[in-house]
Design a protein. Structure first.
Length: 514
C-alpha cells in the first residue's frame, strides 16, 4: 500500500512538472485555490500542542482540509515530532495535494530542534567560534540532507540576526555572533550547505532581531536604530545572502521606525517591497513570520494582518491556524479593489516556479562523523588553572541519570537542579575523599539576564568544594560565558550544549587528565 502511494505521488509530481513546462500557469479549480497557494498552514503532532496555539480542530484533519479544499501552498511542522511520524505525515500531505507542497521546519541546529529523536548540531553561537568556515557549510549540507530524507524541503534557517544585545530573550544562541561580517560569512556557508543539501534556505529575521529586549512571540519589539545604522550593522548579513541568491527571506514582527513608523516589518510595504526587494535587490520568496504570534495578534485582527502582509509584498503568509479566514480576507479585499487579482496570479506563478526548481534538487550521502568532529573542536578548557591530576569524581547537576558521564568508570553523584542546603552539604561531604571533582552543570539557559540558568545553590556547591580543598573543574553544558559566575580557582570547560556529542567531548578532556 505504501509503495503504491509513493509511486502515485511520484507520478503526480512528474505530471505537475511536465504541466509547468507545457502550461507555465498551473490550472486551479477556482481562483480561491490560487489564493490558497499563498498560505503555509501549521501541523502539530498531537491535539494538546495544537490547542496551545488555539487550534481546536483535530490537527491532522485540519491540515488535510486546508490542502484538499483550499490548495494551501505548504505546511509547517511545529513543536515536537517523532521522525518517522513526521516523514509519514509529510508524504501523506504531499499525496493529497494537487501541486507539490512546501514542507517546512525550523531546523536551525538540525532535526533535533523539533524531533524527539534527531541529531542536534551545535547552535549558531557555537558554530560562529569554528576556525574553518567549511565546517559550517558541511553542517548546513548535512542538516539539509537529513531534512530532505524525511520529506522536509524548506528549512527556516539560517538565522542571521546579529547578537548585539546580551539581554535579547529570543535570539541569543540562535545568532552566529555580534560581528556583522562574521555573521554574514557564517550565514552564507550555512545557506550554501542547506541549498546544496536539497532544501530551500530562509534568511531570518529581516531586517534584524538581534538588538531587542522583547520576544515577538509575546509582544512587539521596537528597534530605534537609524537607517544608516541598519545598513552598517543589521542588514549586512541579509545583503550578503541576497547577493549569494538565498531562496527565501522571512520578515520579522518588529517595529523599526527608521523604515516604517506605522507597521511592523512583516506587514510593512516600505520594509518588504521598498527596502528588501527594491533597494536590496531580493528576487526570491518573501514570507512572514507566523501571524499568530503576539506581536501581531495583540495589535491587529487576523483578517487585517493577512491583508497587510500581502500588501507589504510577501509572497507567502505563514498562518498556523484559521487559514480559511485568511483566504477569505484576501478574497474580500480583491472584491473591494484593495488587492488585484493580477498580483495574486503573479505571486502564485512565482511560487510555482520555485517549487519546480526544488523538485530538481538531488539527494546526498550522509556525513555521520560530523557532529563529533564539531564538538571535538568546540569543547575546550576556557579557563585554568590546568590541574595535572585527572578527575576522580563528579557531581552532575540537573540533566538525566543516563548521561555519558554515568557510563564512564568514575565515582559519580546526581544533584538536583535547585538543591537544598542539606543536599549541598551532603555532596560536599561525599567528595572529601576525592582530590579532583568535576561539577557538571546541565539545564542551562541561553541568556545573561537569567544568569544562564545557574542558581546560587550551584555556585555555592562549587565554592564549598574549593574551600574544602578539592580541585574543581566546572563543565558548563551550555554557554561558556557562564564561567564568570564561578570562582577563578575553578577550572572551567565550555561545552556549548548538553547533547550526547558535547558530553563525549567533555569526557575526553577530563579523561586525558588535562
Amino acid at each position: 500500500m505504501g509503495q503504491s502511494r509513493c509511486l502515485y505521488s511520484a507520478v503526480k509530481r512528474f505530471l505537475f512538472i511536465l504541466s509547468l513546462i507545457l502550461f507555465p500557469s498551473p490550472i486551479f479549480a477556482s481562483f480561491e485555490q490560487q489564493v490558497g497557494q499563498l498560505f503555509i498552514v501549521g501541523a502539530y503532532s498531537n491535539q494538546l500542542d495544537a490547542s496551545k496555539e488555539g487550534l481546536d480542530d483535530h490537527p491532522t484533519q485540519y491540515v488535510e482540509e486546508m490542502i484538499e479544499r483550499y490548495h494551501v501552498g505548504g505546511v509547517l511542522f511545529k513543536m515536537r515530532w517523532n521522525p518517522e511520524q513526521l516523514k509519514s505525515l509529510a508524504a501523506h500531505y504531499q499525496s493529497l495535494s494537487q501541486t507539490p507542497l512546501f514542507i517546512c521546519l525550523d531546523a536551525e541546529w538540525g532535526l533535533g530542534q523539533r524531533m524527539v529523536e534527531g541529531d542536534r548540531f551545535p547552535k549558531n553561537y557555537a558554530l560562529g567560534q569554528l576556525s574553518n568556515l567549511k565546517d559550517i557549510y558541511r553542517t548546513g549540507l548535512e542538516i539539509g540532507r537529513q531534512c530532505r530524507a524525511i520529506g522536509i524541503n524548506v528549512n527556516f534557517a539560517p538565522v542571521v540576526d546579529i547578537n548585539t544585545n546580551p539581554l535579547n530573550p529570543i535570539i541569543n544562541h540562535r545568532s552566529f555572533g555580534s560581528d556583522p561580517e562574521r555573521v554574514a560569512d557564517c550565514g552564507v556557508e550555512m545557506m550554501r550547505g542547506l541549498q546544496e543539501g536539497g532544501v530551500l534556505a530562509c534568511a531570518k529575521h529581516f531586517p534584524g532581531h538581534g538588538d531587542t529586549i522583547v520576544d515577538s512571540h509575546t509582544g512587539l519589539p521596537k528597534v530605534d536604530h537609524s537607517l544608516r545604522r541598519l545598513h552598517d550593522v543589521e542588514l549586512i548579513p541579509f545583503k550578503r545572502l541576497i547577493d549569494r541568491r538565498v531562496d527565501m527571506v522571512m520578515g520579522a514582527h518588529l517595529l523599526m521606525p527608521a523604515v516604517d513608523t506605522l507597521y511592523p516589518t512583516s506587514l510593512s510595504n516600505p520594509a518588504i517591497t521598498g527596502l528588501l526587494k527594491d533597494e536590496m535587490g531580493f528576487e526570491g520568496l518573501t514570507i512572514t513570520d507566523d501571524l499568530i504570534m503576539g506581536a501581531v495578534v495583540n495589535h491587529y485582527s487576523l483578517e487585517r494582518a493577512v491583508v497587510l502582509a500581502f500588501l507589504a509584498g510577501n509572497d507567502l503568509i505563514l498562518l498556523s491556524r484559521d487559514v480559511e479566514k485568511g483566504i477569505k480576507a484576501i478574497m474580500d479585499s480583491i472584491e473591494k479593489g484593495e488587492i488585484s487579482r493580477k498580483e495574486v496570479i503573479r505571486r502564485v506563478e512565482k511560487i510555482t516556479a520555485v517549487k519546480q526548481q526544488l523538485a530538481e534538487r538531488k539527494d546526498l550521502k550522509p556525513d555521520p562523523s560530523l557532529i563529533g568532529e564539531l564538538y571535538s573542536e568546540l569543547v575546550q578548557i576556557v579557563r585554568g588553572p590546568f590541574h595535572q591530576q585527572p578527575v576522580d569524581a563528579f557531581i552532575q547537576v540537573g540533566g538525566s541519570g543516563d548521561s555519558e558521564f554515568f557510563l564512564f568508570d568514575l565515582n559519580g553523584a546526581y544533584c538536583s537542579k535547585a538543591p537544598t542546603e542539606k543536599e549541598v552539604r551532603f555532596h560536599i561531604n561525599t567528595m572529601k575523599e576525592h582530590d579532583h571533582v568535576a561539577v557538571i552543570i546541565f539545564d542551562m539557559q541561553p541568556t545573561v539576564r537569567t544568569e544562564f540558568g545557574v542558581s546560587k545553590e550551584e555556585r555555592l556547591l562549587v565554592q564549598q568544594l574549593i574551600e574544602q580543598g578539592n580541585k574543581v573543574t566546572v563543565i558548563l553544558m551550555g554557554d561558556p560565558h557562564a564561567k564568570s559566575l564561578f570562582s577563578d580557582e575553578a577550572r572551567v570547560i565550555g561545552a556549548y550544549d548538553d547533547s550526547r556529542e558535547a558530553q563525549k567531548a567533555s569526557l575526553s578532556i577530563i579523561q586525558e587528565g588535562r
